[in-house]
Design a binder for this molecule. Structure first.
Ligand code: FEO
Length: 400
């Protein structure tokens, strides 16, 4: 771990996890990640803001000792998840004088996860300011951008917001700052989609609150630091805002080519109409790419063959994920094929109660698609174009 200065007496201590492939055994990390701690040295007191993954505690302690740090007054715990709090016990063993500052929810989670002694924990309030001498830390609670406990710590004298998970990116890079903005945008988009998107209304609320703060730098606890805060703030405003893009995402798979033929036909018709279309095969689903594709798409067409009168299990997983991530998608439809059971559209719809969409007519074919089925897909393509142009359509249960 190397120590890098962000401002005089403000340091980044980033544990870069180049090799980690999966977070929480769930989230793919194609570009690794980092766990960033920050040290703020005031004229009277010193604070460490967040820690690092417990597997890298020794690196953090070695780096702090290498800086000649003899005393640590505060460990600010912005968030109790172990990738940021897991080194607290090791730090307390090394710096027993330190007090862990946490909001009430974070304190409760820290207690249960880390078995910390009660006397080590000090409660902080929303908008509380503590002095480090010539520097001060202001705490702003931003619950439910992910967990219920997150705090943003703001260092007013240097105009730095330490945002923990919020505005972060799973990206292992030697860059201290987000200089390769295209690469960082991709990583931040996936991160937003997988972690923040289910709480989009809260994200918007907290973004509004940050508008009232003079921020010159954003220092998250994953990925590079934003020396140009508007880069990430404007992306978040776009991703979390209510507007969608006229994009049609088609999660699909096919067992005997019938559904594949329907998807290929629909893709062509939509492209002819000038719409942006993304067919997305969900076999061996790349959940990060899929989550990213959900962020701004106005329309999703789920395309599945029938297995035991329901969707194919791989489609059920994609639907489960889409439902859990709560994208702002406005329109959806289901297409597919069956051998003998016709219930797939209903059972797939039942997996998606969190999608607040207008459902367009389903197209479910018996066996290979025939002339009537292609005509139904033509009508679906017309409807998708119409709703994306803001036109009203009549949605009927049966157009045969
Ligand atoms: Fe990066 Fe919610 O922990």
């Amino acid at each position: 771990m190397i120590v890098r200065e962000l401002k005089p007496k403000v340091y980044s201590l980033s544990a870069i996890d180049w090799d980690r492939k999966l977070f929480d055994e769930l989230v793919p990390l194609p570009e690794g990640t980092s766990y960033n701690a920050y040290l703020v040295v005031g004229s009277e007191k010193t604070a460490l803001i967040d820690t690092v993954h417990p597997s890298m505690s020794d690196d953090l302690i070695k780096a702090l000792k290498g800086m000649g740090l003899a005393r640590l007054d505060y460990i600010v715990s912005n968030h109790a998840e172990a990738d940021h709090s897991g080194s607290i016990p090791a730090l307390l063993a090394e710096f027993p004088e330190a007090r862990v500052l946490a909001n009430v929810k974070c304190r409760s989670l820290l207690k249960s996860a880390l078995d910390l002694p009660a006397e080590a924990l000090t409660l902080i309030q929303d908008e509380q300011v503590i002095s480090l001498g010539d520097k001060s830390l202001r705490f702003m609670w931003v619950p439910w951008v992910h967990w219920p406990d997150t705090t943003i710590t703001y260092l007013a004298e240097d105009r730095i917001a330490f945002t923990c998970d919020f505005l972060g990116a799973h990206l292992a890079t030697s860059d201290l700052y987000a200089s390769d903005e295209a690469r960082v945008e991709r990583a931040a988009l996936t991160y937003y989609a997988e972690i923040m998107m289910p709480y989009r209304p809260n994200v918007n609320k907290h973004l509004k609150r940050l508008e009232g703060i003079d921020i010159g730098m954003i220092a998250p606890s994953h990925g590079p630091v934003y020396a140009r805060p508007d880069f990430i703030l404007s992306l978040y405003r776009r991703w979390a805002g209510d507007e969608t893009q006229p994009q049609v995402l088609i999660p699909y798979l096919s067992m005997y080519e019938s559904t594949a033929k329907m998807v290929a036909y629909l893709v062509d018709r939509l492209m002819e109409k000038g719409l942006s279309v993304q067919p997305f095969n969900v076999v061996d689903l790349d959940s990060g790419r899929f989550a990213s594709a959900l962020v701004e798409a106005s329309t999703i067409v789920f395309a599945s063959p029938t297995v035991l009168d329901g969707p194919h299990p791989a489609m059920a997983y994609a639907a489960y994920l889409a439902n859990a991530l709560r994208p702002k998608t406005k329109y959806a439809a289901i297409i597919g094929s069956y051998g003998w059971g016709t219930g797939m559209p209903e059972s797939l719809t039942a997996l998606l109660p969190n999608l607040k969409v207008a459902w367009l007519d389903a197209v479910n074919t018996g066996g290979a698609p025939q002339t009537d089925d292609f005509a139904a897909l033509d009508r679906l393509a017309d409807d998708i174009r119409a709703v994306n142009l803001g036109q009203e359509i009549v949605i009927s249960l049966d157009r045969s």
